[in-house]
Design a protein around this ligand. Structure first.
Ligand SMILES: [Zn+2]
Length: 176
């Protein structure tokens, strides 16, 4: 996981944390977290990159990349988006095909809630396929949404620290 080894003085717990994380990820889409544990085996197929629920809802794990002012490395939200069945099948068909990053982008809807931004569930994104072995990039379509605004304008290190303080001490479910 990307992080800054300088750490930071935390305003929530008052201690010094040894690393400032530059990414945050969840291991499953929000829709999968709502399914009762005893139904998971029957209804959910989950891999580190993809998730299918009830054979008819399709999700991909991807990255919302947010530039950080003054730093070469961006902040990365490792989140999930629901995509349509046709796009899912198409994505499967070129999963290991060299040059797949040249395929056109398509629509998706975030399926990870980041309460830091009000709500991000069902927020529309443009899904951009990356080269084989890399997760797709999600570009938030709404420039007015706080996450969309931060993605297009970038954030400061001070904001990265705020995010870390919030997530370290009250992480959303399924954080990894
Ligand atoms: Zn702390």
């Amino acid at each position: 996981m990307a992080e800054l080894a300088t750490g930071f003085d935390c305003r929530v717990c008052g201690r010094h944390h040894d690393a400032l994380p530059l990414s945050f990820s969840v291991r499953a889409p929000a829709a999968a977290l709502l399914i009762p544990a005893d139904e998971l085996d029957r209804r959910v197929v989950l891999s580190p990159e993809q998730c299918v629920i009830d054979g008819r809802s399709f999700f991909l794990r991807g990255r919302v990349v947010v530039p950080i002012a003054g730093l070469d490395e961006p902040f990365i939200w490792g989140v999930w988006a629901e995509i349509g069945p046709k796009d899912f099948l198409r994505t499967q068909s070129f999963w290991k095909v060299k040059g797949r990053e040249r395929t056109p982008p398509y629509r998706g809807w975030l399926n990870t809630d980041l309460p830091l931004f009000g709500s991000t569930i069902h927020l529309e994104v443009r899904v951009r396929t990356q080269e084989v072995g890399r997760r797709p990039h999600f570009e938030v379509m709404s420039p007015e949404h706080p996450l969309g605004r931060e993605q297009s304008a970038g954030i400061t290190l001070e904001r990265v620290q705020q995010i870390a303080e919030r997530l370290l001490h009250s992480p959303p479910p399924s954080a990894i």
